[in-house]
Design a protein around this ligand. Structure first.
Ligand code: B12
Ligand code: SF4
Ligand code: SF4
Length: 404
């Protein structure tokens, strides 16, 4: 068996979904596309491959000796399961992160690397690395095709794939790209809750929820309702993708749920331990709590409107948000203010009024004003449509102050 065959047999034995090889030549048009998207304002706050597009589109700039790129895909379904119906107070984690699904992929890549090194070649593993656009390598190595959602998919697994590569100086035979595309399907485009797929294959990351849930700072106010109960990642464009539907049946239900109140009560150390496999900038789980605040408010507001939560449940949520409204960190205060505005009711209004009088940070003060306007709007709508519905929420500010 030649080296290519040995690697293929090894990879398949390790359970990869797809295996292919491409040359280490630069990826035509990729650096230009990234630059054009940056210019057009489509990349949000992304760094990663967007930092140095010429490097990410040409592995030889990082590994001058590179001849070939061995690419594998790894399917995380059915292991990642399905979240099932949303429940009040429960957040959702996208399937690729329900556990560390990269582990199997990285183990397989490491064994491929070790095999090459043992045979006397140089080899480096690259996964989610700023020095390689993984999808460009996968498409050229014939692992799948570039979907209109911008995901790489294959006919057997749909888009439920993670991708990784081993760059080597071994001169391996290259695979043919797949002769498939999405055809007339465009199901992922309307499935996106924020309209982030602005044209086939073109993602506006500044509208993508997966992007905002990873990034530090403020989640744009106009996207927060669309965040729904998501805490990390978003799967809507993947779930809409017909080639992946067969992977959604007969999977364990109820995975990827997180109890939002517990998450918000946990300390940094506990969060870093539980969510070690998430991308957590500077190892500060602040984004995770910020996301959980937004998810908790959305989940409570929805449950309240369909009677899925009682007055005690609402008081418990408001008490937690009140704690974050008094937090020294302005990011928590602004998102908690928004959350209280989203839930509404006299207690929320009282808390917001109380904090408005003390707030020294202009951007948080603006958020509090807009949250109070939301409370006013929602109570007008509630009392018009359902007279008396605010009566369950009779808590006073004095009650809530005990929780700060
Ligand atoms: C930055 C990044 C993100 C950003 C931006 C995503 C993006 N679309 O670029 C954010 C944070 C939003 C993100 C989200 C997700 N990501 Co991400 N992400 C990356 C990262 C680090 C770089 C991606 C990159 O360089 N993009 C550059 C741009 C230019 O590429 P592109 O958008 O695909 O553009 C190409 C297409 O538009 C195509 N094209 C051009 N014209 C046309 C026309 C048509 C008709 C078509 C079909 C295509 C097409 O050519 C362009 C390139 O030249 C990679 C890891 C890596 N190092 O590569 C992971 C990676 C892409 N992410 C991954 C995953 C799993 C996700 C999520 C599914 C996670 C989740 N569930 O929340 C979502 C999916 C969102 C989506 N629809 O893409 C996987 C994707 C695997 C796969 N099967 O494709 C990767 C490869 C990580 C990995 N190692 O497995 N991600
Ligand atoms: S990940 Fe979610 S927000 Fe991003 S493009 Fe897909 S459906 Fe839209
Ligand atoms: S939903 Fe349809 S158009 Fe979108 S990536 Fe999947 S197959 Fe392609």
């Amino acid at each position: 068996m030649d080296t290519y065959q040995q690697l293929r047999v090894l990879a398949e034995g390790l359970g990869v979904a797809g295996f292919g090889v491409t040359s280490a030549e630069p990826f035509n048009g990729v650096a230009e596309t990234i630059k054009a998207r940056r210019e057009a304002g489509l990349v949000g706050k992304l760094q990663f491959t967007y930092k140095q597009p010429d490097v990410a589109a040409d592995v030889r700039q990082s590994f001058a000796w590179a001849e070939s790129i061995v690419v594998v895909s790894w399917s995380y379904m059915p292991a990642a399961g399905s979240p099932g119906a949303p429940a009040p107070g429960q957040g959702r984690i996208a399937r690729f992160a329900t556990e560390d699904h990269y582990r199997g992929l990285c183990d397989a890549l490491t064994q491929i690397q070790q095999h090459l090194v043992a045979a006397g070649w140089k080899a480096e593993v690259l996964v989610d690395d700023d020095r390689l656009v993984d999808r460009a390598a996968a498409v050229r190595a014939g692992i799948g095709w570039w979907g209109k959602s911008s995901m790489v998919l294959d006919p057997r697994h749909g888009p439920w794939l993670l991708l990784g590569s081993v760059v080597t100086n071994a001169p391996l035979p290259v695979s043919e790209p797949m002769s498939r595309d999405c055809g007339t399907c465009d199901a992922c485009i309307p499935a996106c809750p924020t309209g982030a797929i602005v044209a086939p294959g073109v993602l506006d990351a500044s509208l993508c929820l997966a992007h905002w849930l990873q990034m530090p700072g403020t989640i744009p106010i106009e996207l927060r309702e669309a965040v729904g109960n998501r805490v990390y990642g978003c799967d809507d464009c993947l779930e809409a993708c017909p080639p992946g539907w067969k992977r959604l049946v007969d999977v364990p239900q109820g995975l990827g749920h997180v109890d939002l109140l517990s998450l918000l009560a946990a300390d940094d150390q506990a969060l870093l331990k539980t969510y070690d496999h998430f991308y957590i900038p500077r190892r500060r789980p602040r984004n995770l709590r910020r996301n959980a605040i937004v998810a908790l408010a959305n989940s409570t507001a929805l449950a309240r409107s369909d009677g899925g939560i009682d007055a005690d449940g609402i008081s418990q949520v408001i008490a937690v948000l009140a704690g974050y409204l008094g937090h020294p960190d302005g990011i928590y205060r602004s998102h908690a203010a928004w959350g209280l505005g989203r839930i509404g009711g006299p207690t929320a209004e009282g808390l917001l009024r109380y904090q408005a009088a003390r707030e020294r940070d202009d951007s948080v003060a603006t958020e509090i004003r807009s949250a109070r306007a939301n409370v006013a709007k929602s109570s007008t709508v509630r009392s018009t449509l359902h007279p008396g519905t605010d009566s369950a929420d009779t808590g006073s500010i004095a009650n809530e102050e005990g929780h700060r």
